[in-house]
Design a protein around this ligand. Structure first.
Ligand code: GTP
Length: 598
């Protein structure tokens, strides 16, 4: 088979520069969806993705383009996740492409994420097609933007296409540029199958459906396939492409992108980055770049109302079906009762999952402070995995603790290297080296504890580099570290759900910060609430929530009963999101106070 008419690419852009609008126009212009069926942002399907403008899952849509040369081209438009929690997923989606359309707003020019996205795409060896968008606006200055692209990104931009996602102007030229600039996939149709799994989702009726890119060979219904990392076989139930609704096809040929219905019932069996091959005629080696989907951070998730425990378990089971990276174990807390210790890819992933649990399953939840997976070596020689501060054994039985370290890579313009270095040092990072990629960008490598990276590192990095930095990381090794457990006491009682494992040098400032934050967050009660931070029996910080006798009805005059009722209801509403810890009413957010400490 001939791959010369296939183009696999993704679209990358700074936020709001028009990526979704341009994708929609492409679907329209190629008659993939009729105008009357256009729903804007067709590629993002989940509610939360649409609301927050972040893509969580990868998606690939096939469009057929009748080019000016009289030939019809198959475009596979691959949408990639847009957050550092999903760097691995992004890298796998980009590995399925030969090119990337880099959208730059003609009124804004090159911005931070333009730089970081362009870097990701270039790192993946993709051919870049620059597109200058919003040229319909009077304030558009495409010529300057073209120069910026050349100077700041070192991308030749004489071919940059000027487009308007709004009016559709130039979109035709963009499609022609994709035909000319993005190379067709290379592959051997007769070789044993080699296909990359970009993503997967679960379908109640058909089991796991995998989104794949074929590198060699082809896939047909009835083929017996083998997953090289998962080491499992299945019979292909069907193959299809998304346009964007699923349309069955006879085969997924070499170079193509589409979906494979596996019939498998266990979502965890199909792994992003795994290689599919023929069971009876396997390829010699798997595609490079596979990584085990391993949770990076663990938090406790507890229902405010303990009667919801089983519902929470059901909800987690349901979510895992489309998110195999989710793992959990039951957890019991003296303060919060029964819940689960859940593993996530990062804090955004945690937030999204918590929000879905609350929204889609109507649960009221408390999430507790995030923790990484510590290796605790006991004096008797055993090692235990600790993912929750409250599970930390008594200090007298601990020989030493090891924590996970990452190798991190940051790409920034040279003027920010000092700021990045300082940030790294503040987070216990050690600079390894620094390489000039061009006079506009520097690649910095350092080693840093995962625990430091999960809290606020990424946000800080973005704000201190005005958004210009791109961050990528991978697990390196476990290293011994001087860690202690910081306990928080409310009214003298140790609240297990508020403890935190922290490096000894940071325990004092963190305890101080936590006591102050909690004082702000915990509303005044009818008695005074002392807040204390302690390591073992030693109190290292304290603050106090003053007592108040709060009579909400006092302000209401006379007998306006509806007004009174409204106030009482409002108060009740507020209470629902509180949890009683002993006699103290603590708001839901207080359990994540550690994320708010600066
Ligand atoms: P995120 O998904 O949030 O990252 O944004 P995006 O890059 O996908 O941008 P989106 O397509 O949502 O466009 C952002 C805003 O710019 C929207 O209000 C669009 O209507 C508007 N917009 C996009 N393209 C054009 C254009 O060519 N001209 C004008 N005038 N407005 C545009």
């Amino acid at each position: 088979t001939d791959t010369s008419h296939i183009r696999n690419f993704s679209i990358v852009a700074h936020i709001d520069h028009g990526k979704s609008t341009i994708s929609d126009r492409i679907l329209e212009l190629t008659h993939t969806v009729e105008e009357r069926d256009m729903r804007s942002q067709l590629l993002d399907t989940m509610d939360i993705e649409q609301e927050r403008g972040i893509t969580i899952k990868s998606n690939a849509v096939r469009v057929m383009y009748d080019a000016d040369d009289g030939e019809t081209y198959q475009f596979n438009l691959i949408d990639t996740p847009g957050h550092v929690d999903f760097t691995y997923e992004v890298s796998r989606s980009l590995a399925a492409c030969e090119g990337a359309v880099l959208v730059v707003d003609a009124t804004q020019g090159v911005e931070a994420q333009t730089v970081s996205n362009a870097n990701l795409a270039m790192n993946a060896n993709l051919e870049i097609v620059p597109a200058i968008n919003k040229i319909d606006l009077p304030s558009a200055h495409p010529d300057e933007v073209r120069e910026e692209i050349e100077e700041e990104l070192a991308i030749p931009a004489e071919d940059a296409v000027c487009v308007s996602g709004k009016t559709g102007e130039g979109i035709h030229d963009l499609l022609e540029s994709i035909v000319f600039l993005v190379p067709p996939p290379e592959g051997d149709a007769r070789a044993p199958l080699k296909a990359l799994i970009l993503d997967s989702y679960f379908d109640e009726y058909r089991g796991v459906v995998a989104m794949v890119r074929v590198f060699d060979g082809s896939i047909k219904k009835g083929d017996r396939l083998h997953m090289m990392q998962g080491d499992e076989d299945f019979l292909v139930d069907a193959v299809a492409v998304k346009r964007p609704a699923e349309v069955p096809v006879r085969e997924l040929a070499v170079g193509e992108v589409g979906v494979v219905v596996t019939g498998l019932k266990d979502p965890a069996a199909v792994r992003v980055g795994d290689t599919l091959t023929y069971a009876d005629r396997p390829c010699a080696e798997a595609l490079p770049g596979y990584r085990e989907a391993k949770p990076m951070v663990y938090t406790g998730i507890f229902p405010i109302d303990n009667k919801e425990y089983e519902n929470l378990r059901d909800a987690l089971e349901k979510l895992r079906v489309n998110d195999p990276s989710l793992v959990w174990d039951p957890e019991t807390s003296v303060a919060l009762g029964f819940g689960f210790r859940v593993g996530f890819l990062g804090l955004l992933h945690m937030e999204v999952v918590k929000e879905r649990l609350e929204r889609e399953f109507g649960l009221d939840l408390i999430a507790t402070s995030p923790s990484v997976d510590y290796h605790v070596y006991l004096t008797d020689g055993d090692m235990v995995d600790i993912r929750s501060p409250q599970d930390l054994p008594d200090p007298s039985s601990i020989d030493h603790i090891e924590e996970p370290y990452l190798k991190a890579k940051v790409i920034v313009p040279p003027e920010f290297t000092g700021a990045v270095m300082q940030l790294a040092v503040e987070h216990r990072g050690e600079m390894a080296d620094m390489v000039y990629l061009s006079d506009k960008s520097v690649e910095m490598h350092f080693e840093i504890p995962l625990a430091e990276l999960i809290l606020d590192f990424f946000d800080q990095l973005k704000s201190r580099t005005k958004g210009y930095a791109s961050l990528d990381y991978e697990f390196d090794e476990y290293r011994p570290s001087d860690l202690v457990k910081l306990d928080i006491l409310l009214s003298g009682d140790d609240v297990d759900a508020l403890s935190f494992i922290v490096h000894k040098d940071k325990a004092y400032p963190l305890a101080r910060g936590l006591c102050d934050k909690l004082k702000e967050m915990i509303p005044r009660q009818q008695f005074e609430v002392p807040i204390q931070g302690a390591i073992g029996s030693k109190i290292i910080a304290r603050s106090t929530v003053k007592a108040v006798r709060k009579d909400v009805l006092a302000k209401c005059y006379g007998g306006d009963i509806t007004r009174k009722r409204k106030l009482l209801e409002k108060q009740k509403e507020g209470k629902k999101r509180m949890k009683s810890i002993g006699r103290v009413e603590v708001p839901q957010e207080a359990f994540l106070a550690v994320l708010k400490v600066d």
